[in-house]
Design a protein around this ligand. Structure first.
Ligand code: ZN
Length: 135
């Protein structure tokens, strides 16, 4: 990925943040994923009055990409207010690993926070499909 690809993805995540549905927490998160064929899918956090039904921006973007036929996800950008709201939760990390352990993950805060990682580095002991066959 080029710096231009990275900048485009972070910008898409920043714009997606504006679509967050977060009337309960007020927290707004945006995410964007880049697929191997060059397409970008975005997502925002979507809350529900039954809190457990809420979905993070990262999973929203990944599920959109996969459900629309995306092949391989190369990178994900997530933008939040600050570090506290920008590092992906455990559920999102597991979903990232499912679709590409080497997925580049760019975390950016509106306050200037910036960190880069891979899905594998964020969840080194992820639950993996081969573990399902060990009955
Ligand atoms: Zn999450």
């Amino acid at each position: 990925m080029t710096e231009a690809d990275n900048a485009r993805l972070v910008d898409a995540a920043r714009k997606a943040r504006g679509h967050a549905y977060s009337p309960y927490s007020g927290v707004k998160i945006g995410a964007a994923v880049l697929t191997a064929d060059g397409r970008v899918y975005t997502g925002a956090n979507v809350e529900n009055v039954s809190y457990g039904l809420s979905c993070c921006a990262e999973r929203t973007a990944i599920f959109k990409a996969v459900s629309e036929g995306a092949d391989r996800i190369l990178a994900l950008a997530v933008v939040g207010k600050s570090e506290q709201f920008t590092r992906p939760c455990g559920a999102c990390r597991q979903v990232m690993v499912e679709f590409n352990p080497e997925m580049a993950v760019m975390m950016r805060g509106v306050d200037g926070f910036s960190a880069d990682a891979t899905a594998r580095s964020l969840l080194p002991a992820a639950f993996k499909p081969p573990e399902l066959s060990k009955k």
